[in-house]
Design a protein around this ligand. Sequence first.
Ligand code: ADP
Ligand code: MG
Length: 207
Amino acid sequence: MGRVIVITTEFVTAWIGRFGDLIQENAAMLTELDSPIGDADHGGNMARGMNAAVPVLADASNLEAQLKGLGMTMLSKVGGTSGPLYGTFFLKAAKELGAQTEVADEVFIHALRAGLDGLVARGKAELGEKTMVDAITPAIETLEAAGDVASGAQAAFDAAAAGRDATTPMLAKKGRASYLGERSIGHQDPGATSATMLFEALAGAVS
Ligand code: ADP
Ligand code: MG
């Protein structure tokens, strides 16, 4: 067992605030990735969503309210395919956390797993189909193996980044990119790229 850290509302505010910053800083790059295999809106979608969501986090009084506010805002403001998927991820995680102001980090990891299960139930993407699932799944598996956020967050970010990079040679089987068939090969998936930033932000919030 590593160090046990407690996940507080301040921690979540810092984590999602950092995620929002990364999305704003990289919005043009995300849209560029969405150009050859999509409709060139992923950066704009995510930037609009996070712009609206970050203030909601600071005002919410417990972990459930924070992630519910984030999920609802992403659902309504991000749009596209990724908005409902990110929305579901955070709404399911919120439900798991409940109206508490702090939880042990193993509870937090369990909530992220519930979020991923909800996202997969909604989007039906399997591993290897060139989506955000290819980045989020290895990251959460890494956190589960570590057992705690303090020692696992950097490795989870590394695992997400490896999953993101592995989407480049994949053939897209879900979403807009799948319409391109073989021509989707050779392009990094935009959703896996934005999802990796969620774990980059987590590692940043821990250190
Ligand atoms: P849209 O494709 O509607 O324009 P975005 O551009 O915002 O939406 O998001 C595209 C991203 O959504 C893709 O890069 C991919 O990671 C993700 N995505 C698409 N379909 C699915 C799915 N069924 N399951 C998981 N992620 C998906
Ligand atoms: Mg798009």
